[in-house]
Design a protein around this ligand. Structure first.
Ligand code: HEM
Length: 424
């Protein structure tokens, strides 16, 4: 091990061609995979003085850290990466913005209690009822794509629409009127949490967050008044039946705040990535056309190969150790899901995109342990439905750009294509 000046810790041998961090740039998402591979090989756990995070890249280490919630807590998972500007904070305070996290940054025993109630509201009956609605939405969106004419960008027309329609249906909101607002507010939430905004850029997003939180509070108030047959209605009824055990109104609004974001941003990204990858790897698209029942496998492989969330944070609550490296109490840790999912020690030939890969499901795209994604089944079901319908009804679909030119906005965690231009 050699010590690099400026860093408090020892680094693996720097790769001269790529610099001390093997070319890893925390916010750049265009193509992080070559740097991930070098990190796994040379610096599997390193302190990144640019961000203040300990960065972890090997599969076993990432999974072990996710599993050990007592040492590596998720309480920093939703904290803004870039500190909030005074002007943005003022807007949030004036707007009564008290949301933080419904689940992902909460800890046991509160996390256990809220997760139990939220999971109970995800009943098989509700889930089953959604399936035909999802199919209807997919078919309608495919018609919209055709109607828009060639070439078309699938992000605004398709991938941005379906997941938000699904989550609004689940929460009992009006799909026709609410899609654009929730999409805009979610973009604000993503940018304000994981983005790299200037003080000025934060201002409109702060207004977006205030509106978003108010909509969640309104949703709970409406559920008390109208007693709807929806997930929010279930949570409100549970509170009436057992006020001590169930969630209070702020907690229900926080769960809505979580679901209305987690429920679509990442699924939008998954759809964009899956379609982009299939159309880039034409042989795989042809396999899907020949056998649409391969759609669930294509979704698992897309989550492995190009996860929506490439990095997720943890906070050391006591002295810990990852792969023999001491992680002091109070350290912030960045788990590189995107690197873990291409670790050759777990996935054979990891840079090959293969929709029939036998162990693709072992990816860490949904995290691992007590915070394992609550909506994973819903995300997979709607995405597989979308792929199946696209492959069946638009087999001649193809990318209308060089895939290497597709942009991914700066973010430390999210890797989302801005556009998926296609023709047919
Ligand atoms: C492709 C789509 C999705 C991806 C890649 C994804 C990914 C993740 C990840 C990485 C976590 C954190 C796990 C951890 O900290 O260990 C998470 C948590 C969570 N996800 Fe998802 N998610 C997706 C879709 C959804 C959907 C559709 C919903 C809701 C309907 C949802 C709801 C949640 C919730 C509530 C949590 C927090 C769980 C907890 O802390 O107990 N997600 N997800």
């Amino acid at each position: 091990m050699t010590t690099t000046s400026g860093c408090p810790v020892a680094h693996g041998a720097p790769d001269d061609a790529h610099g001390v961090h093997q070319g890893y740039q925390p916010f750049e998402q265009r193509d992080p995979f070559p740097a991930y591979a070098r990190l796994r090989d040379h610096e599997p756990v390193f302190y990144d003085e640019r961000t203040g995070y300990w960065v972890v890249s090997r599969y076993d280490d990432v999974r072990a850290a996710f599993s050990d919630w007592e040492t590596f807590s998720s309480e920093n998972a939703q904290r803004p990466v870039t500190p909030r500007s005074a002007a943005a904070q003022q807007i949030l305070d004036d707007g009564g913005f008290t949301a933080y996290s419904g689940l992902s940054a909460r800890q046991p025993p509160t996390h256990t209690r809220i997760r139990k109630s939220a999971s109970a509201a995800f009943t098989p009956r509700r889930f089953k009822a959604l399936e035909p609605q999802i199919e209807t939405h997919v078919r309608q969106l495919i018609q919209d794509v055709r109607g828009a004419g060639r070439p078309a960008d699938l992000v605004p027309l398709f991938t941005n629409q379906l997941p938000v329609m699904t989550i609004l249906s689940l929460l009992g909101l009006d799909v026709q009127h609410s899609v654009a607002s929730f999409k805009r507010w979610s973009e604000s939430r993503s940018a304000m949490t994981w983005g790299h905004l200037t003080d000025e850029e934060q201002v409109p997003h702060a207004h977006g967050l205030v509106e978003y939180w108010q909509a969640c509070l309104d949703l709970v108030a409406t559920a008390h008044r109208d007693d709807p047959d929806s997930l929010v209605g279930d949570l409100v009824r549970a509170q009436r039946d057992d006020p001590d055990a169930a969630l209070d109104d702020h907690e229900i609004a926080s769960v809505c705040y979580s679901l209305l974001f987690a429920g679509h941003e990442t699924t939008t990204t998954l759809l964009g990535n899956a379609i982009r990858l299939l159309l880039t790897h034409r042989d795989q698209w042809d396999r899907l056309i020949a056998d649409p029942s391969l759609a669930p496998g294509a979704i698992e492989e897309s989550l492995r190969y190009s996860p929506s969330i490439v990095a997720w944070r943890r906070l050391a609550k006591k002295d810990g150790e990852i792969a023999g490296v001491k992680i002091p109490d109070g350290s912030e840790v960045l788990l590189l899901i995107g690197a873990a999912n291409r670790d050759p020690s777990r996935f054979e030939d990891p840079d090959t995109y293969d929709i029939t890969r036998a162990n693709a499901r072992e990816h860490l795209a949904f995290g691992y342990g007590i915070h394992y994604c609550l909506g994973n089944k819903l995300a997979k079901m709607q995405s597989a439905t979308a792929l199946r319908e696209l492959a069946t009804s638009m087999p001649d679909l193809r990318l209308d750009v060089d895939p290497d030119t597709i942009e991914f906005p700066d973010s430390i965690s999210m890797r989302a294509p801005v556009a998926v231009p296609v023709t047919w």
